[in-house]
Design a protein around this ligand. Structure first.
Ligand SMILES: [Zn+2]
Length: 571
């Protein structure tokens, strides 16, 4: 057995035993796999896709053990769980380098070329967590100066702040738009030129690249600042067409990394900027590229710490040349690797846009999508998503995670407070004969008796049971009664649990007839029609509930006719 396998098996055994002890001898795979991922660290998460299958096998072994054996096996792990809890309390993020409380300024700088996707949540959550730790400032800045390759998509300007507020429970301290600062970038470009740090290059086609690859300067590199200033003004005034001129930052033309050699700071782009168009502002011909724009904005906004993907290490190198020309100090910079959630991996923004336009999805909140509106509608909580992202911290390793881990985090949030209800799909009426007037009082939250009970009356012995649960023989209608079913009719057998055990009666869900019609929308956007117990109608829209034996759901809609629409969250 490999190290990886034995680590996963040991962790799975420990947490399956822990979970089984809490939940009547049956461990929940979601919760166990989540803990295996959390404690397993990068080594386990890097092979996250393999974890569920390995863990499931261990969980099945544990679930098959008699309770006494589970208890004995669990005893050997007890000390290790306590240690783990201590580690969690110390806070999930490592300290920022050179950070002073009250002086930290962080920024999240998305390109608003599409809606926030699940991966953006990481930047939001980590930025807000550091802001909170250091009593600092969280700037949301739209890096929206690319009108050509990834042009701005207008709804994103509202979706990003809304998502930050929902996920972090707080608005960003400031919202900035790079497209508001174009005149400022021009001023700093002139200053760069005045200091001899930039030049307007009119090389066409591949001329510059061919020279650069040989570490040779182009003829424009030695132009005087006066000539460069005049040519740059011509770029700004619309005197060049696309591709005829760029402003370059002077670095080292023989730099060992060709990407660093005299990089482009401004180019000509003639597409109108949709945001400026909407605001009725004047358009621009010369646009800064991301490395120039974000470098200037970071300095002017007083950003002290940058957290960025390790794929942007080159950007830091390029921007440091610019900061040196301008006599500025570069912010502290930290890098992280990618975290991919493999179930979400197949959705790219362009695929999504096309599919939604073509009507393949119902909208941005279609339950099949990994967008925030969709996750929220399904019943994922901001806290669950926050804990998911915080569990990875900041590491430069690439991590493959599973939605199972996210579900486990969300379950921890929902489990203590989501009221339980019965729901039956594909319902059939069962008449219990020979019964007194039946009444059930199942708990809203079995672990918290103080939360109260649902009072369910069954005055004439008619209940609804799912067709798949309805077979001849002994049945236990959970919290109500034991029955023996024969040919669709039930004989009342009292309510002693011992009878149910002795007759090996399956425990099934039921709803008092007629119940309230309820539609359960699955993560695959299928609509399952069924009935729920009447007390569910008291829950407000947006409430998280737990449908007994099925899993969690969110109340999405309450119709005038008394019927309810629920979105399934997860098990
Ligand atoms: Zn040139």
């Amino acid at each position: 057995m490999s190290d990886f396998e034995s680590t996963v098996r040991t962790l799975a055994r420990k947490y399956a035993l822990e979970n089984a002890a809490k939940f009547g001898g049956k461990a929940n795979p979601g919760a166990v796999i989540g803990k295996v991922m959390a404690e397993g660290g990068d080594a386990v998460r890097a092979r996250g896709k393999e974890v569920p299958a390995l863990a499931q096998a261990v969980i099945a072994e544990v679930n098959a053990m008699p309770p006494e054996e589970q208890k004995a096996a669990f005893a050997q792990f007890e000390g290790q769980l306590i240690q783990r809890a201590k580690v969690e309390r110390e806070g999930p993020l490592k300290p920022l380098p050179n950070a002073t409380k009250g002086k930290v300024v962080l920024r999240l700088a998305p390109n608003p070329s599409g809606p926030p996707h699940f991966g953006h949540g990481r930047g939001m959550v980590i930025t807000e967590e550091y802001r909170r730790m250091y009593d600092g400032q969280f700037i949301l800045r739209f890096d929206d100066t690319d009108t050509t390759v990834k042009p701005p998509w207008m709804p994103a300007y509202e979706m990003f702040p809304e998502t930050v507020e929902w996920l972090c429970g707080r608005k960003p301290d400031r919202i900035l738009f790079a497209s508001d600062h174009v005149e400022t970038y021009y001023e700093w470009a002139h200053e760069l030129i005045r200091r001899g740090g930039g030049y307007v290059c009119e090389c066409v086609g591949d001329a510059f690249r061919e020279l650069k690859e040989k570490a040779l300067p182009c003829p424009h590199r030695d132009q005087t600042p006066e000539v460069n200033a005049e040519k740059f003004q011509r770029m700004v005034d619309g005197g060049y067409r696309r591709g005829e001129a760029v402003l370059r930052v002077k670095t080292d033309i023989a730099h060992k990394d060709p990407a660093m050699r005299d990089w482009v700071a401004f180019r000509i782009a003639e597409e109108p900027h949709p945001r400026l168009e909407k605001l009725g502002r004047k358009q621009h011909h010369a646009w800064p590229l991301l490395d120039f724009q974000s470098a200037i904005d970071d300095h002017l906004a007083g950003v002290t710490h940058i957290i960025r993907g390790k794929d942007l290490r080159d950007s830091t190198g390029k921007q440091e040349f610019l900061y040196r020309h301008l006599g500025w100090t570069y912010p502290e910079t930290m890098y992280w690797g990618r975290v991919s959630v493999h179930e979400f991996g197949k959705f790219s923004k362009s695929i999504l846009n096309k599919a939604i336009e073509a009507g393949e999805f119902t909208g941005w909140d279609d339950p099949r999508l990994p967008t925030f509106p969709a996750l929220k509608r399904r019943g994922f909580t901001a806290e669950g998503i926050r804990n998911f992202w915080l569990s990875f911290g900041i590491t430069e390793k690439d991590i493959a995670a599973s939605i199972v881990t996210l579900e486990a985090e969300n379950k921890k949030v929902l489990e203590p407070s989501a009221h339980r209800y019965f729901f039956v799909a594909d319902a059939k009426v069962l008449h219990i004969q020979g019964a007194p007037k039946l009444h059930a009082r199942p708990a809203l939250l079995p672990d918290k008796p103080a939360a109260g009970v649902r009072e369910i009356d069954v005055p004439d012995g008619h209940v609804l049971v799912a067709a798949e649960d309805l077979r001849d023989g002994p049945l236990r209608l959970k919290d109500l009664a034991n029955v023996t079913v024969s040919g669709g009719v039930a004989r009342h057998e009292g309510d002693d649990i011992a009878w149910a055990r002795q007759h090996k009666a399956a425990i099934v869900q039921w709803v008092p007839a007629p119940g309230i019609p309820a539609t359960l929308v699955t993560p695959e956007n299928e609509r399952v029609e069924g009935f729920a117990e009447p007390a569910l109608a008291k829950e407000p829209v947006g409430a998280h509930v737990q449908l007994e034996r099925l899993g969690f759901a969110r109340v999405d809609e309450k119709r005038a006719d008394g019927s309810v629409v629920l979105y399934f969250t997860h098990k």
